[in-house]
Write a protein that binds this ligand. Structure first.
Ligand code: GDP
Length: 443
């Protein structure tokens, strides 16, 4: 499985949170060390690991409780979101020329799979209904020209060659003119690779780039080289200016370092990935799918997402009610029940800043109050719950609620007053300072 070792390394982090109730600075310390180790072992570059771990820790400690979601699941989700961000967030699409052929210039060191990518790309575009031409710009190795010609035949795409005696920039120019004449949609230019970066290669690439004015300049890098791939993307970008990278050999036992480091280190996105030797093994790089594969927990992720969405919807619903001052006893009840579901009142109070030092007696008192409120609200008619004004206006109704709930009339009046106070306070909290005035209960 791709990045299997990374997946396993991360699993030990989640496992350490089993049985915990909330994420705290203390209980995430060990899982965060596991995450850090797993990323380093996957050959992610150290500064990237540091930033990543810091960001995940910050979010984990500050994360709000989502009902029904366990802390280890919450951490999985935070890591997932952060992995996506690390890899650039959205899929980074290839751009196409507005008029005339789109020119894609491919660069890369020898053996990374550049020639293979040329043919794969051609096949990829053909499937999209675009016509393609390959240009053999690697003039140093006759074998490279032959290889491109063979691959071109294989995917049924013309290959422009001019032997080994012509300057690469001239071949590129000629190939482009030829493609223009033939109304070709996409021209893919192969260039010479070297075993290592050297000045001659960079100068040649600059030359080709100048005469071609390509739409995309893509550096092909080998996933097996880990964070070295990210360093290469940075260097090529500084030297010649590139628009992105293509990551090859993701099907091998690469550890993930390249996929996770390229964007963050170089600022340039991975646009496509190669996942095999066959011509159809080339696809866009989807950060979210990649993050999902790394974590290998699709079900947990969608569950957490749904829970968060639901909570968000409820919150928005509530906000609407508050803004229109329609917050009623049904909402009141929902809120207290939410508090109850989230665990004990003490835990919730503990999460409110400045409220940490409540005594156990105060907590018991608060819990008893909540229970009393529920009993009183249950004694109201549905209409009264929705329109608390009815109770505010009618001592007779309040008397009936008191009798049915077994509480005193004073307790009932207090609760009603509290609801109206809440309406005003909540509106103020929402930034609507005009608020409203508190109704006084009529006798
Ligand atoms: P170049 O020197 O950069 O042009 O590299 P080639 O295109 O000749 O590829 C070098 C070797 O890597 C060949 O044996 C390819 O079949 C292989 N290769 C290229 N891309 C992939 C890939 O995505 N996965 C795997 N497993 N092998 C690949």
């Amino acid at each position: 499985e791709m990045f299997g070792q990374l997946t396993t390394g991360l699993e030990s982090a989640w496992n350490k949170l089993k049985g915990e109730e909330v994420l705290t600075k203390d209980n995430i310390a060990e899982p965060m060390r596991d995450i850090r180790r797993a990323l380093l072992e996957a050959d992610v570059s150290l500064p990237v690991v540091r930033r990543f771990v810091q960001s995940v820790s910050d979010q984990a400690v500050g994360v709000g409780v989502v009902r029904g979601v366990k802390p280890d699941q919450q951490l999985v989700k935070i890591v997932y979101d952060e992995l996506i961000k690390l890899m650039g967030g959205e899929v980074s699409e290839l751009t196409f020329a507005k008029s005339g052929p789109t020119v894609i210039l491919l660069a890369g060191l020898q053996g990374v799979g550049k020639t293979t990518v040329c043919a794969k790309l051609a096949s990829y575009f053909k499937k999209q209904g675009k016509s393609c031409m390959l240009v053999a710009g690697d003039v140093y190795r006759p074998a490279a020209i032959d290889q491109l010609t063979i691959l071109g035949k294989q995917v049924n795409v013309p290959v422009y060659t001019a032997g080994t005696d012509v300057k690469p920039s001239d071949i590129a120019k000629q190939g482009f003119e030829e493609a223009k004449k033939k109304n070709i949609d996409v021209v893919i230019v192969d260039t010479a690779g070297r075993l290592q970066i050297d000045k001659a290669m960079m100068d040649e690439l600059k030359d080709v780039k100048r005469v071609l004015n390509p739409t995309e300049v893509l550096l092909v890098v080998d996933a097996m080289t880990g964070q070295e791939a990210a360093a290469l993307v940075t260097t090529f970008n500084l030297e010649i200016g590139i628009t992105g990278a293509i990551l090859t050999k993701l099907d091998g036992d690469s550890r993930g370092g390249a996929a996770l480091s390229v964007k963050e280190v170089s600022g340039k996105p991975i646009k496509l990935v190669g996942r095999g030797e066959r011509m159809e093994d080339l696809e866009p790089f989807y950060p979210d799918r990649m993050a999902g594969r790394i974590l290998g927990m699709g079900d947990v992720l969608s569950f957490v997402e749904k829970a968060q969405e639901m909570q968000q919807e409820e919150a928005e619903d509530l906000q609407k009610k508050i803004m229109s001052a329609k917050f009623d006893f049904n909402d009141f009840l929902k809120q207290t029940r939410t508090v109850a579901k989230m665990g004990s009142v003490s835990r919730v109070i503990g999460m409110i800043p400045g409220m940490a030092k409540v005594t156990p007696a105060q907590i018991r008192e608060a819990e008893k109050n909540l229970q009393n409120m529920e009993v009183i609200i249950e004694a109201m008619t549905p209409e009264e719950r929705e329109k608390p004004e009815l109770l505010a206006e009618s001592p007779i109704k309040r008397k009936r609620v008191a009798k049915d709930s077994g509480k005193t009339e004073q307790q009932v009046s207090q609760l009603i007053a509290q609801l109206f106070q809440m309406r005003v306070r909540m509106k103020k909290l929402m930034g609507v300072m005009e608020g409203g005035s508190l109704p006084t209960l009529s006798n």
